[in-house]
Design a protein around this ligand. Structure first.
Ligand SMILES: CC(C)(COP(=O)(O)OP(=O)(O)OC[C@H]1O[C@@H](n2cnc3c(N)ncnc32)[C@H](O)[C@@H]1OP(=O)(O)O)[C@@H](O)C(=O)NCCC(=O)NCCS
Length: 131
């Protein structure tokens, strides 16, 4: 994953997986630093069943344990679904990084030009929950 110009190898990050009958149905990965506890990836394989919410709750519990001052996540301008999901949970918009995805595309050429709903994929939006 390429987020705010940094490369993260999700297979080397901490995180939580949710399992049902031996199959993964959700996965969240995170990275803790002085900037707080950052959600690097969040994927629910069965949407609308509360999996995403449960995974975020785990992240918040860990962030509190580790005395992080906030949990934050970057999503892309096209991901209206994730923007709704995070805000409904209680995250607030914290930053707009205009052109961040366009910059990442120069390094990771496979990032498409358009994303969800055929929206041009350009910017990163950061959302946070202060702990
Ligand atoms: C975003 C994502 C993780 C949500 O996971 P999920 O398992 O569907 O989430 P939940 O079932 O816990 O839904 C939580 C709540 O958010 C609501 N919600 C979901 N999508 C929403 C939207 N677009 N707008 C507003 N609310 C939304 C749900 O209705 C639910 O509310 P409820 O508890 O009152 O029923 C999932 O859609 C996903 O994997 N998306 C693809 C990858 C991605 O975009 N990841 C995030 C970017 S880092």
């Amino acid at each position: 994953m390429l987020v705010h110009g940094e490369i993260f190898r999700t297979d080397q990050l901490d995180g939580f997986a949710m399992e049902e009958q031996g199959q993964w149905i959700g996965l969240v990965t995170l990275f803790i630093s002085v900037s707080g506890c950052e959600i690097i990836s969040l994927n629910s394989l069965q949407e609308g069943r509360g999996i995403g919410t449960r995974l975020i709750e785990e992240v918040i519990a860990v962030a509190r344990e580790k005395k992080c001052w906030r949990v934050f996540v970057a999503t892309t301008n096209d991901n209206l679904h994730a923007l709704g999901f995070y805000q409904k949970f209680g995250f607030e918009l914290a930053a707009l990084r205009r052109g961040a995805v366009s910059e990442s595309r120069k390094i990771k050429l496979q990032i498409p030009l358009t994303g969800y709903n055929d929206i041009p994929l350009r910017d990163e939006l950061e959302l946070e929950i202060l702990l």
